[in-house]
Design a protein. Structure first.
Ligand code: GDP
Length: 203
């Protein structure tokens, strides 16, 4: 059962001027293309088809906003690192990424990482982009159903070691629902505590 009965699609932005008014609270969700991000959004928010899932990686360049509950939004960032493996998130998202980063309402980040790949250089670049340590970050190690029990345990241990002091992490499978309660719990806690980030005023 959904914790958030009023989840709905809000808007898609391809220009900074199209972002929603910078009020309230936002969590961004990011990940490499094809990592299972759309599936994760649909599972987390318990709404099938909210974020489109596709087998064709790297097609979505829009920043899609969903309302979780009034004043609380999730922004789905374009998948990164498909063709341009070396391109930084800064290059790949350009002014949109910079504008997003400046938003007062953006408080937290969910990073989706394929559990078979583990946390890679590009994911670490994304964490840097997010402005750690100011942003609360939780990493979903996706498609964990594809790992054996021991591989999953190893993956989680490695991720936790790498992310220590920067982000929490967990195993997650949209397909099987593994880790869903845990992930929703994190989101719920963030929303309940209304984590705020101290930012320097924008010049
Ligand atoms: P996105 O490009 O990151 O938004 O990824 P999608 O959610 O569209 O998923 C990409 C592919 O991975 C699709 O073929 C999904 O069916 C598959 N996928 C997504 N989540 C899972 C999962 O938890 N387990 C498995 N086995 N496959 C998944």
């Amino acid at each position: 059962m959904s914790q958030w009965p009023h989840v709905q699609f809000l808007t898609s932005a391809s220009l900074p001027g199209q972002f929603p008014v910078d009020e309230g609270w936002e969590v961004a969700i990011a990940g490499r293309s094809n990592v299972g991000k759309s599936s994760a959004i649909n599972s987390l928010l318990a709404r099938k088809g909210l974020a489109k899932t596709s087998r064709t990686p790297g097609r979505t360049r829009l920043f899609n906003y969903f309302e979780i509950s009034p004043g609380y939004r999730m922004v789905d960032l374009p998948g990164y690192g498909h063709a341009e493996v070396k391109a930084s998130t800064r290059e790949s998202w350009g002014p949109m990424g910079e504008a997003l980063r400046q938003r007062q309402s953006l408080q937290a980040l969910i990073l989706v990482v394929d559990s078979r790949r583990g946390v890679a250089e590009l994911d670490m670049a994304l964490l840097e982009w997010a402005g750690l340590p100011d942003t609360a970050v939780h990493v979903l190690l996706s498609k964990s159903d594809k790992l054996s029990r021991s591989e999953a345990a190893q993956t989680l241990k490695a991720a936790r070691g790498l992310l220590e002091g920067q982000a929490s992490s967990q195993l997650f499978s949209s397909l099987k629902g593994d880790g869903l309660d845990e992930a929703r719990g994190v989101l719920k806690r963030w929303i309940a505590t209304g984590i705020r980030k101290e930012r320097a005023p924008v010049a």
